[in-house]
Design a protein. Structure first.
Length: 442
């Protein structure tokens, strides 16, 4: 909903008070970010849909040159938040921080329609912070899949009432585990080889429900690598969805819950297996930088974070284990946040190239966003599908049998692309840990 005149005045005032002007001025307008920005490219090189253009709009609002009107909101909302602009920026502008602050200011100071307000309340306050409720909702999806209701819904054509991308997404959702499987989660796992490290596992909310098998594969690989694993039950959602959607205070509360859950475990590392979660977790020190009670604790937490692929390479898992699969061409789609924020891009490739039987082929622009970006493929479906179409063109060029990702959103988006292209009978998309475990078991 468009902000009123009074709301715009408040938003403008808060831009002036809260936006980091030094960071805004740090942008030299050089344009190095332009070729890396999917929305700039897909919008026909529209400047306002580039990182440079969005920063210019933020600065203009701060300076009082323009109002934070619907055009400004539209520019910011259309951004994927993939942060591909950051690694190529010669000035090191923290664009992601500016974007999240601007979105938070806008969303906290405008009135949403009653239906939108209710949905945001349910999702941000009522669902994601509560893992028991996440299990309940996922359990309902499991009932839908196993009861035969899914077959009936498809047969009568009910999904045709929804946008094409959502109807296709319903087809590619993973098979949901049972409630019993979701509730019986371990808190400790012993190593299955001579002990190398003591680690904690960040299990996540969606990952420990809808993608439970991938979490199980992750802990199994860690055990095989000699890791003693602790999994605190008091951990919560990482807060990424809240932070990216203008719910910063809720994200801070979730961050505090997670820091408290992990800080007394006496572990070497905290392991993640979802690029989006890991990228938000690793910036808890920025999120809580103004809180004297939490900023140092946040820095300690951040210092222990590692992606699963990174620790496996460091422990030489790929050299100590016999990894083998039937011959297949494999390509890798980078998780934007894993690559651009967690700075992890070589480790997944090292692991994939170490599997006997894998013909690894690098995809052109593998580091360009696939268009998933959390819930972006739902709220900005048209742009998301444009970006996905380009990604599928590059996927086809590799002639891959298997597309590997390192983030649940990317995984679903690539499955969606495969389904849309009619390639589901010959191409599969998998999370890297599921493929690695498959290679170990073979």
């Amino acid at each position: 909903m468009t902000a009123t005149v009074q709301e715009r005045k408040v938003i403008q005032q808060q831009f002036q008070e809260r936006m980091n002007e030094d960071e805004l001025l740090n942008c030299m307008r050089c344009g190095f970010c332009l070729p890396s920005c999917p929305t700039y490219i897909e919008s026909g090189l529209k400047e306002s849909h580039s990182p440079r253009g969005r920063i210019a709009l933020m600065k203009a609002v701060v300076d009082g040159l323009i109002e934070p009107d619907e055009d400004v909101e539209r520019s910011l909302s259309l951004c994927l938040g993939c942060r591909a602009c950051e690694p190529v920026c010669p000035s090191g502008v923290k664009y992601g921080h500016l974007l999240e602050e601007a979105r938070d200011i806008i969303n906290q100071n405008k009135k949403f329609s009653a239906p939108v307000k209710a949905i945001r309340k349910i999702v941000f306050d009522g669902l994601f912070p509560h893992q028991d409720r996440m299990r309940t909702v996922t359990g309902l999806l499991g009932f839908y899949q196993r009861s035969g209701l899914q077959k009936v819904v498809r047969k009568v054509g009910f999904m045709k009432l929804f946008p094409e991308s959502l109807a296709t997404m319903e087809k590619v959702l993973p098979k949901v585990p049972t409630m019993k499987e979701m509730k019986n989660r371990p808190e400790y796992l012993a190593p299955e080889a001579p002990k190398t490290k003591r680690v904690a596992f960040f299990s996540g909310c969606l990952m420990d429900t809808m993608f439970l098998e991938t979490n199980n594969a992750t802990t199994k690989l860690l055990q095989i690598a000699g890791c003693e694993i602790v999994i605190p039950k008091s951990q919560a959602c990482c807060g990424a969805l809240h932070g990216h959607s203008g719910e910063k205070e809720s994200a801070k509360e979730l961050a505090k819950r997670n820091i408290q859950a992990f800080e007394d475990l006496e572990v070497d590392y905290i392991i993640t297996n979802a690029g989006g979660c890991g990228a938000f977790l690793i910036e808890y020190d920025h999120l809580l930088k103004d809180d004297p009670q939490w900023r140092d604790r946040a820095k300690t937490f951040v210092g222990k974070l590692k992606d699963i692929s990174q620790i496996l390479v460091e422990l030489e898992f790929h050299k100590k284990q016999a990894l083998k699969l039937p011959y297949q061409i494999v390509t890798y789609q980078d998780s934007c946040h894993l690559r651009n924020v967690m700075k992890t891009s070589s480790a997944p490739r090292i692991l994939l190239q170490s599997i006997e039987g894998v013909d690894f082929r690098e995809m052109k622009d593998a580091d360009r966003c696939c268009g998933s970006a959390g819930i972006y493929n739902i709220v900005e479906s048209e742009m998301s599908m444009q970006i996905l179409d380009y990604k599928m063109k590059q996927t086809k060029a590799t002639h891959a049998d298997t597309v590997v990702t390192a983030n649940p959103g990317c995984l679903l988006q690539m499955k969606l692309g495969i389904e849309r292209e009619g390639m589901s009978d010959k191409v599969r998309a998998v999370h890297i840990v599921d493929l690695l475990l498959e290679a170990v078991q073979k």
